[in-house]
Design a protein around this ligand. Sequence first.
Ligand SMILES: Cc1ncc(C[n+]2csc(CCOP(=O)(O)OP(=O)(O)O)c2C)c(N)n1
Ligand SMILES: CC(=O)[C@@H](O)[C@H](O)COP(=O)(O)O
Ligand SMILES: [Mg+2]
Length: 629
Amino acid sequence: MSVLDQVNGPSDLRALGSDELVRLCGEIREFLIRKVSATGGHLGPNLGVVELTVALHRVFDSPRDPIVFDTGHQSYVHKIVTGRKDQFDGLRTRGGLSGYPCRAESEHDIVESSHATSSLSYADGLAKAYSLSGQDDRTVVAVIGDGAMTGGMAWEALNNIAAGKDRPMVIVVNDNGRSYSPTIGGLAERLGVLRLQPAYEKAMDHTKRTLGARKDLIGKAVYSILHGIKTGLKDVVSPQELFADLGLKYMGPVDGHNLAATESALRLAKDFGGPVVVHVVTRKGMGYVHAENNVADQMHATGVIDPDTGRPLSPSSSVDWTSVFSEELCEIGAERDDVVAITAAMAGPTGLTAFGDRFPDRMFDVGIAEQHAIASAAGLALGGLHPVVAVYSTFLNRAFDQLLMDVALLGQPVTLVLDRSGVTGPDGASHNGMWDLSLTGIVPGVRVAAPRDAETLRAELREAVEVTDGPTVVRFPKGSVGEPLPALETSSDGVDRVFGTGDADILVVAVGSMVAPSTAAARELRAEGVSVDVVDPRWVYPVPQSIIDSARDRRLVVTVEDNGIHGGVGSAVSAVLERAGVRVDRLSLGLPQEFLDHASRGEILSDIGLTADGIADGIRRRLYDRVES
Ligand SMILES: Cc1ncc(C[n+]2csc(CCOP(=O)(O)OP(=O)(O)O)c2C)c(N)n1
Ligand SMILES: CC(=O)[C@@H](O)[C@H](O)COP(=O)(O)O
Ligand SMILES: [Mg+2]
């Protein structure tokens, strides 16, 4: 029987001896490689926290001592040792194990959002609650990556945590030197240099073990020389000063793959009885050569791969939205040297790597700091440039005020490119980009484009960077860009009719990725004698006048969008029609205002009815109050 077979909860970990623990960590690593290769997921981050997570659950008494994982993508080991190892075949699939902590799965899972940098705020709140309710014997534990530490909220929280000298809290900084790519900025440098001085660490450890025991002159002399080196470094790097200056105790750096060392550091920190930062140095992808050697992102997030080669089992042959954006931005960048790009630690996933390679001086990685990304873009625009900020749609939520008050209020020419708009799927509720059309819809002066295919993406991106008097947004979904959808006719204000004769009973206003299924639905309905026109506004905000004019003589005006149904394009169209005195029956099709459980994008859109059949049925129901059997 393997050691892992004996582990069905944290208490089982505490009964294991050191040899069994070494075996267990090896077995967990092999388990992760085998299982995550088959499902896809965050293989690299979880391989990096095997020993750390085992140590955490041996030292702390979860859930009494809550362990809050920041971002949560590195919580697979936590799930394995808290009784869910048998559920990994369904990882990130409908009805299967979530790829992030999930309160419904376990009492050991405290938070769920996959948005980085909120763990320390949760921890501060939990610690205050325990203090106020007389539960001072509970230690709050937060595990935050070096990448997540580049988010501003971390420093807002640390500022408050430092004031709670008597509130037990252990903040584990899991420092693997990377977000997707190497972590950037002053913090990374400070965390990094000590991390890169293993010789110093080994010398210090050796001294502590040998000479440190000697209280004579030699022992003291050698120890003080080494300590002097560390102190000497302090002007340059030492993170303990960084945290100590905030009034926080700092311990480290600790080798996060040395289980005994990590455990003893965590025990010391737990006994301290107040807030302690434990700086743990780990390696993303540890123990899997194909992850460790993956220079792009050390297998931060993989699809289904061959575990023996690390290569995708079914490499995608179709062109994806991100690649089309990446290529077009590079062409724009070659034509206009005032165009600059900003990423929030996701140059690769958002397609900005190529732009950065070609125009290194015009590419800024600001860390996981979307608020700073957009506010600094306003500064770049005020300085006469045209910044293009590429983020995942869901992360715009984090920086809405910066779009509204730092960009739009000043009418600054900033272009936001929102990748992963609409339903994303396997990453669960907090990763769906289902709020961006609602959020941007209330920004005065904003112009929002939703391309339907590669050609309209290229065109609308070019149109966006030509705008000089306010923010522009271009949003598109995850995955393949699909077949070209040519226009039959284009109105004077740029609205494309993609189906119908232009005088049909029903007008369908389809947004972006919903143009294709809406057109297929219209074809289905035409075969039943129902006349439908399908138009693509291309620029959905402000709502084009020709949409208003075209709605006047219709039996029904339908809007279809891959966005929450409240406050999106459907709401905007209804509002402008009402303001224009256009009385017409309306049907808004979109995502329910709910947190959608993880499943594939296709499964979720099908469940909701944002497919050709679903859209056709929605229209039939409105027309005849019946559904095609
Ligand atoms: C607000 C926000 N922006 C971007 C992301 C996308 N993202 C997920 S994990 C990750 C890197 C996290 O780096 P780090 O905190 O160092 O954790 P590691 O993967 O290295 O363990 C990023 C940028 C996110 N989850 N949340
Ligand atoms: C945890 C996180 O935010 C990202 O790693 C995300 O899982 C990546 O999503 P994509 O696979 O859509 O790039
Ligand atoms: Mg990291």
